[in-house]
Ligand binder design. Sequence first.
Ligand code: GLY
Length: 573
Amino acid sequence: MGKIQAPDRAGYRLIFKGLNRVLFCLLLVAASTLLAASEKPGKAAIASAHFMATEAGHEILARGGNAFDAAIAVSAALAVVEPTSSGIGGGGFWLVHRAEDGFETMIDAREQAPAAAHKDMYLDEEGNVVRDLAVNGPLAGGIPGEIAGLQHLADHYGRLPLAASLQPAIRIAREGFPVDDKFHALMNYRIDVIKRWPAAAEAYLADGELPPVGHIIRLPDLAWVLENVAEHGAKGFYTGPVAERVIEGVRAAGGIWTMEDLASYTVKERDPIRTMYGDYELVTAPPPSSGGVAIAEILNILEPYPINELDPVLRTHLIVEAMRRAYRDRAIYLGDPDFVDIPVEMLTSQFYADGLRASIRPDRATPSSMLAGNDQVPEGTDTTHFSIIDAEGNMVAATLTVNTPFGSCFMPPGTGFVVNNEMDDFSAKEGEPNAYGLIGFVANEIQPFKRPLSSMTPTFMIGEDKRAVIGTPGGSRIITMVLLGILDFMRGNEPESWVALPRFHHQYVPDKVSAESGAFTPGQVEALQAMGHEVEVRERTWGNMHGAMWNLETGEVTAGSDPRWSSGRAIVK
Ligand code: GLY
């Protein structure tokens, strides 16, 4: 039998750190309880991708709603005015923090595969993936979760009836909204597919062509669907005349959804991933999002480094190496936790991160091919995020999606909404690139009722002096954008800074650092290349981040909206 040995220095360090964390958590809980009893922000912040959605949220707060009612109003309004990115034909995650008792949970209203889905559903007779089927049209859609999520929020967390919080969205759908730069650009990208589906073309185009910026779009069919939900709750969507219209349209166009698929859809509450970084507890998205696990792993790897004080080249190198390792694990281990065993405890442990850190050379990039496993999972590029802190200190971080711009572009006639193409977030065939050149893995293969792996990472940062809400759309880049935002928050910067920061990203495969212009100076690019990094700086920007913060020391509430698109709006009042 082996001798039991006393821990070495590293072992003592781990034990000490573990005890510190426990103590810190206890202090935080005690502080939160005291604060909950004695202090409130007094003002509310809402930051979202569209000014009409931000205003809808404030309207509901003014009518006596709390952050959760406002989240319903913002989600429903975005479903009307930003169909590029989310909608009632899609799904999402709402991370909630209840001020009165500090309770936190994530509402998982992710789309799920219909009963008739199967592993090879996008393969032709030769076994090749038919990308058009996986991305465009009703076969690409998972069963939508958004309406069930809104009902769940109203039933369990809100103060107002669901019908009240849906009113601004119903009004906007009837009265109309102007086409903005984002709608225009992404419609230009998807217009050929939109034109395949007469209902979508009629709803969104101007005389059958790309609508100009400023053109007013009205969606009376969507108003009718939302009115049904206001009257009957989620049943008004998942059963009855709306469901009949949806299923008839989907099946007539080659889809496989059934009335039973809609009627049996349920929301799940998931315990968030929690990790300490510096003086803050990060509360973030658990599987079926990959975001929280990856962020925890990256921050654990970076923890011993004074990351915000390092020379910018070394800082970037270390962050990139941590990203590379976390995205490798994301590809290998992550999927729907109801279908695959995910070693979350291992992946988010400091012990595991210490091992990964030991494999990082300070002077050289590690080629991804030198790390075991070389698979990558698919995800889409368009999604939306909003952040809310209400006057009582309740918080919501919500990231919602239809996957790629305008989802599958398919609109069931008479409904006014597009069906998502979230099925492409599954891996259609092991090792086969998806629309974005990414390849998939067995943990994320298609199965009936399974939820596809997501990158959406709604996150809270909770400390004694500050509470903050952050998130963004952006497919596989969501995780690294949220990470850079967190590091900027740790620098003491405000939401306006996190959302505007030039971004860089590495996702293991392809083995390159991509960056927005402005992220690095030419000299920094050369220095990173000399360390063995392939660096690609592009004019194209990514993400659409919206964040909010409550500074408990100054009492100030602030918010920031990504300047990359014109319609985003952060309002504090
Ligand atoms: N469809 C984007 C995501 O869930 O990551």
